[in-house]
Design a protein around this ligand. Structure first.
Ligand SMILES: *Cc1c(COP(=O)(O)O)cnc(C)c1O
Length: 375
């Protein structure tokens, strides 16, 4: 046996290209909701983690995608779901009434809506940490704490966390507490939480993993077999799985993940340099890598002017695709976060979030200049 490739670029580029029995280099798309049993003996011995019977349990395209995602994240078990929120729901499916969930206070807006639902409907205790001192996080841990939920860099204020330090100190305090990281913004190209000590990683695959603004999907990867078994039971029972075509499309998109991410970074760095010297911009938040840039404009009138006049950049929600998108988190992605919390986090009506796509950054800069009236 040859050694498995370790490089993200090699894993991604070759995903599935040695798997088809017929020799197809691009793994074919299987449209079938069910699979034939060869005999009663085979049906009796059927194992849904290796074979195929009914598509809620497994499909060839989804399994190949899940194996690739697990390798990319440095984990063992991957799950592909119908949305990022579905992946988050799967991650939290292990919580029981009375358990405590501690999360960072600066997360994707939909997370808070779901955590609030769990608190009111399922009796989950929900606490928030401000991401500053790990000692404060450890002090919040109770005997019933089950899971710690992190996102770094955070959305939209780009707060960065030291995953390795948090995971090692939490596990030293209590080895049973699970540390989960939403890795949507950096992807395994720039950050692999499982290799830094986290237990669970999730993605909105709608964003960079698919990268073309053309599908909705979610991913969960973990390392522990018992945890994976628990997730697998829930996953195949509730059936919030990624369909065959979207699995095929996502695997195909993953093949260019590395080159896309590096180009997003190059584009974002050029745009950041422009924003930093613009007189309309009062502050730029950028973690140095990836394509996500947040910035404050001097007033709301300038925000309105920019959003009404961009023409290369699209004023639309979402992020991580080839097309540059700009959003106003206060009124869009984070509208459901309580007003006081938005204020504390700095999510104001003058904060814009730009997902720098793969257009020539010079064209993006000209677009921003004309939209700001600086052209
Ligand atoms: C978009 C997003 C989600 C939710 O994913 P969907 O695919 O929209 O369900 C979760 N986390 C982050 C960081 C996101 O950007």
């Amino acid at each position: 046996m040859t050694k498995q490739p370790q490089s993200i670029d090699t894993i991604a580029a070759q995903a599935g290209s040695h798997e088809d029995r017929g020799g197809a280099v691009s793994f074919p798309l299987y449209f079938s909701s069910n699979y034939r049993h060869e005999s009663l003996a085979e049906a009796k011995a059927f194992d849904p983690t290796t074979g195929y019977s009914y598509s809620r349990l497994a499909t060839p395209n989804r399994r190949l995608l899940e194996e690739t995602l697990a390798k990319l994240e440095g984990g063992q078990f991957g799950f592909a779901l119908s949305s990022g929120m579905a992946a988050i729901q799967l991650a939290l499916s292990i919580l029981k009434t009375g358990d405590q969930l501690i999360s960072l206070d600066d997360l994707y807006g939909g997370d808070f809506r779901y955590f609030r639902y769990l608190a009111t409907h399922a009796g989950i205790n929900f606490a928030q940490w401000n991401g500053e001192r790990i000692d404060d996080l450890l002090a919040m841990i109770e005997p019933n704490t089950r899971l710690i939920w992190l996102e770094t860099p955070s959305n939209p204020t780009m707060k960065e966390l030291d995953i390795a330090a948090i995971a090692s100190r939490v596990h030293a305090t209590c080895p049973d507490i699970l540390v989960a990281v939403d890795n949507t913004f950096l992807t395994p190209v720039y950050q692999r939480p499982l290799t830094l000590g986290a237990d669970i990683v999730v993605h909105s695959a709608t964003k960079y993993l698919s990268g073309h603004n053309d599908l909705l999907g979610g991913v969960l990867v973990c390392k522990d077999k018992d945890l994976a078994d628990e997730y697998f039971d829930y996953y195949i029972t509730t059936g919030d799985t990624l369909a065959a075509f979207d699995s095929w499309l996502l695997l195909r998109s993953l093949k260019t993940l590395g080159v896309r991410m590096r180009q997003h970074t190059a584009g974002a760095q050029a745009v950041v340099a422009y924003l930093k010297q613009s007189s309309a911009v009062t502050k730029v938040l950028y973690p140095g890598k990836g394509g996500m840039v947040s910035f404050y404009l001097r007033d709301e009138a300038t925000v309105e002017r920019l959003l009404n006049h961009v023409s290369v950049i699209t004023f639309a929600e979402s992020l991580g695709g080839v097309e540059s998108l700009i959003t106003l988190p206060y009124y869009q992605t984070h509208a459901d976060v309580e007003e006081k919390q938005r204020e504390r986090l700095g999510i104001t009506p003058t904060l814009l979030r730009l997902s720098v796509g793969l257009e020539d950054p010079a064209d993006l800069i000209v677009d921003l200049q004309q939209a700001l009236g600086e052209g």
